[in-house]
Design a binder for this molecule. Sequence first.
Ligand SMILES: [Ca+2]
Length: 89
Amino acid sequence: MCSNGRCKNTVGGFSCKCNQGYALDENGIKCIDIDECSILHGVCGDGTCRNTPGKFICDCKEGYESTMMMQVCMGKQYDLLQAEHDWNL
Ligand SMILES: [Ca+2]
């Protein structure tokens, strides 16, 4: 029990503390992967969200990249600079 999580002893029973990216199932005895892609709609911005065990991945379109801090596909730096340049016209 408590797969993908840690079992915690409590008075008269136990409880599960799930690892990050996992949520307790309805019976409260095991942790199941959270499908971030269906919960966090549009989490990848211009990319395609792919659910993986314990986390998720953003597949970015060409010209976009996911940042280290945030799993969101962002335009690369030169695209942003170009956009700024265009706005100044
Ligand atoms: Ca997941």
